[in-house]
Design a protein around this ligand. Structure first.
Ligand SMILES: [Zn+2]
Length: 195
């Protein structure tokens, strides 16, 4: 068993080799343009890679006696489960109901329960922040938050201390100010790309 925590370059390498990180000129679902496209599902489809990410995140919280890992569905499910497994913690998730992030399916947290919130990618931090708030509303003690990738250049504020295995410094911009557009490079919408 490998216990060494992954370096950021090793994390990025696993994304590249599975096609989960593409470089070029992309139209994101938000409509913004970016030189990087991330599709975490393509790296997380490999359980051994997901496990390695989970262990590396867990290592950073080893001394915190985390009781429960919670993730926003769907993006956080696989990695959150792996982190929980590595910590020997319980795993639950939040999901949207009428636009609001909530605990469903009979999941609950007790007062002062020590919880870690885990997501695959933090971009604005929105879904992590909403998950933190939903758990705090139930009285949980949210110790921190973690993601595999931070694409906010470290800027996203989720209301609790946050770590990431790798941080990307890539701007997402309006098409009107996109340099690649100005160079007339065709923009790709990865979801609709023909294989
Ligand atoms: Zn563009």
């Amino acid at each position: 068993m490998r216990n060494k925590s992954l370096q950021p370059s090793e994390v990025i390498q696993k994304f590249r080799e599975t096609g989960a990180l593409l470089e070029g000129h992309f139209v994101l679902t938000s409509g913004l343009h970016s030189a990087i496209y991330l599709q975490c599902a393509l790296v997380l489809q490999h359980p051994r890679k997901a496990e390695a990410f989970g262990r590396s995140i867990a290592e950073r919280f080893q001394t915190e006696t985390i009781q429960t890992v919670a993730s926003p569905a769907i993006g956080g499910l696989i990695i959150g489960h792996e982190v929980a497994r590595a910590l020997g913690a319980r795993f639950i998730w939040t999901e949207r109901e009428n636009g609001k992030m909530v605990l469903r399916r009979g999941f609950s947290v007790s007062s002062d329960e020590k919880v870690l919130v885990v997501e695959d990618v933090v971009t604005t931090g929105g879904s992590t922040r909403e998950t933190v708030a939903a758990l705090q509303a139930h009285g949980a003690n949210v110790i921190g938050a973690a993601s595999i990738i931070d694409r906010s250049s470290g800027k996203a504020d989720v209301g609790v201390p946050r770590i990431a295995l790798a941080t990307l410094d890539v701007a997402s911009v309006e098409p009107a100010v996109c340099k690649a557009c100005r160079r007339r490079e065709p923009a790709i919408k990865p979801g609709s790309r023909k294989q």
